[in-house]
Design a protein around this ligand. Structure first.
Ligand SMILES: Cc1cc2nc3c(=O)[nH]c(=O)nc-3n(C[C@H](O)[C@H](O)[C@H](O)COP(=O)(O)OP(=O)(O)OC[C@H]3O[C@@H](n4cnc5c(N)ncnc54)[C@H](O)[C@@H]3O)c2cc1C
Length: 469
């Protein structure tokens, strides 16, 4: 059936997932043409909400038979349109696949790809565990599958790296409908306890792929005992150089569960006004969270952080802000919507370059007169393991202020080009970024060859990363 009969297609999808779980209702299709960004995209033709791996497999097989594009969607809270269909077709809403099963013996949790980070943290905490990477700041809506598919950086990345870092195994539906398990599941007698085994790391192939190469059904993650003790630090500095110096010294030691730097005075004022009023001489600040199995270890590490901050002329700002931050992880960014929508420029960069990038962004803000125009601009940095940060630069504009939105978009497009030029590497991206990702020809060709081998009809997310045929 190459020529698609829309009604027949819908009834076939409904036969797979049940009538209420597949639709082509206009109101639903419109909803699935937006994520949390300002990106305008096409509406899909169908939205389908599968529950089982076999259902996903049948949908993908049907899509192959009818040459219908398929894209997977999780919480749909990306900032670049990654989950939006470039070629219409089917959106697979994975949020119905949200089971959590914990194996205390081998310290892993096997999670439905559509499980939110909020739900996962809750389910693990009540059993006495935590995952490593703890989700992006949108963790009430963002899903484990969505974050692993976009290499998210976020809470606890300082210690545990990006979302895929803790993954031991994936259950993936391939573009031809086959169901593949990776990691130690190369051996059908083994549980999914380990990622690196006797041959190539196929888990990594599907991380950050934006559903280009497969649909993740299940993700197995390493888990850790819930901490007995938590300590907090917050240090303020009068120069970005001192702040970045102390931040990097602490980051290198890999002792912090989480660290976040708010890079300039305007950002501090926008995030927590009281702090800016209380400490007017502070230009930059950062928080450090320490989670340990005992109070002694946590306090010793806190002391070490304090002594490093002192060496860089840091002022101890107490634990009020970091406590508030750590207790309300997923609510930290959302209040900033009061400044409007934002176009984010998150990208990974070597930590030692923080001051250079802060000055570079300030130049851009000056050029576009953001302050004079009353636009709030935020600069933050979050570590990913020991040597890199995600550098975050947002400029906010109210959704009903067309002029401001246009200005922010122009600035955003300029920045996307510059980030690539100065050697930054974006991670979550999406259709707003694809034209700016000037990968080496060797990389693009290799990725395209893998894609063609797995997906000869280019069914899965055609056009993602500019790859279509
Ligand atoms: C307030 C706010 C804060 C944010 N903070 C952060 C942050 O700290 N760090 C960060 O990295 N991002 C952040 N984001 C962006 C976004 O929320 C995250 O990148 C998040 O990880 C995306 O997850 P999701 O479930 O919403 O994925 P979606 O947006 O639904 O999808 C993202 C990509 O993954 C693919 N995908 C989804 N599910 C699957 C699956 N099962 N199989 C295969 N592919 C799949 C989609 O096709 C798409 O390409 C933030 C966004 C907002 C609105």
């Amino acid at each position: 059936m190459l020529c698609r009969d829309l009604h027949r297609m819908l009834s076939e999808l409904q036969a797979i997932v049940g009538e209420p779980n597949a639709t082509n209702k206009e109101t639903v299709l419109i909803t699935y043409s937006r994520d949390a960004s300002l990106v305008d995209a096409l509406k899909p033709e169908y939205v389908v909400r599968p529950q089982t791996a076999e259902q996903v497999s049948s949908i993908v097989r049907l899509a192959n038979d009818t040459h219908t594009p398929v894209i997977a969607a999780g919480g749909r809270c990306g900032m670049g349109g990654a989950c939006l269909p470039l070629k219409r077709g089917i959106v697979l809403d994975m949020t119905g696949v949200n089971h959590v099963s914990v194996n205390e013996n081998n310290m892993t949790a096997t999670v439905g790809a559509g499980c939110t980070w909020g739900n996962l943290l809750y389910e693990l905490k009540r059993r006495g565990f935590k995952p490593g990477f703890r989700g992006p700041y949108s963790g009430h809506s963002a899903t484990v599958g969505g974050s692993v598919s976009s290499n998210s950086v976020g809470i606890a990345s300082a210690k545990w790296g990006q979302a895929p870092q803790g993954v031991t195994s994936l259950k993936v539906i391939l573009p031809d409908g086959a169901i593949l398990e990776t990691g130690s599941r190369i051996n059908p007698n083994a549980r999914p306890f380990n990622r690196f085994n006797c041959t190539a790391d196929l888990t990594g192939l599907f991380c950050g792929d934006h559903s280009l190469l497969g649909v993740k059904y299940e993700v197995t993650l390493r888990i850790y005992p819930y901490p007995e003790a938590v300590e907090y630090c917050c240090f303020g500095f009068s120069t970005i150089e001192d702040a970045a110096g102390a931040f990097y010294q602490i980051q290198k030691l890999a002792i912090a569960e989480d660290m976040t730097m708010v890079c300039d005075k305007a950002s501090i004022k926008g995030v927590i006004e009281e702090m800016a009023d209380l400490f007017p001489d502070i230009e930059s600040l950062f928080v450090v969270i320490l989670e340990e199995p005992s109070a002694e270890i946590a306090l010793a590490k806190q002391k070490l952080c304090q002594s490093i901050a002192q060496k860089y002329n840091g002022k101890d700002l107490g634990d009020m802000f970091p406590k508030m931050y750590w207790d309300s992880k997923f609510e930290m960014i959302t209040p900033l919507f009061k400044y409007g929508m934002w176009n984010a420029t998150c990208h990974c960069l070597e930590t030692y370059r923080i001051p250079e990038i802060v000055y570079d962004l300030k130049k851009t803000f000056k050029k576009y007169k953001t302050e004079e125009k009353g636009l709030f601009a935020l600069m933050c940095a979050m570590p990913t393991l020991n040597n890199t940060v995600s550098f975050v630069g947002h400029v906010y504009a109210k959704e009903d202020d067309e002029k401001a939105l246009e200005l922010v978009k122009t600035m955003w497009d300029e920045k996307k080009t510059e980030i690539w030029k100065y050697g930054g590497v974006p991670y979550w991206t999406g259709i707003a970024w694809y034209p700016y990702l000037e990968m080496t020809s060797e990389f693009r060709e290799t990725l395209t060859r893998i894609k063609k081998a797995l997906d000869p009809h280019c069914i899965l997310n055609p056009g993602a990363f500019g790859i279509e045929y």
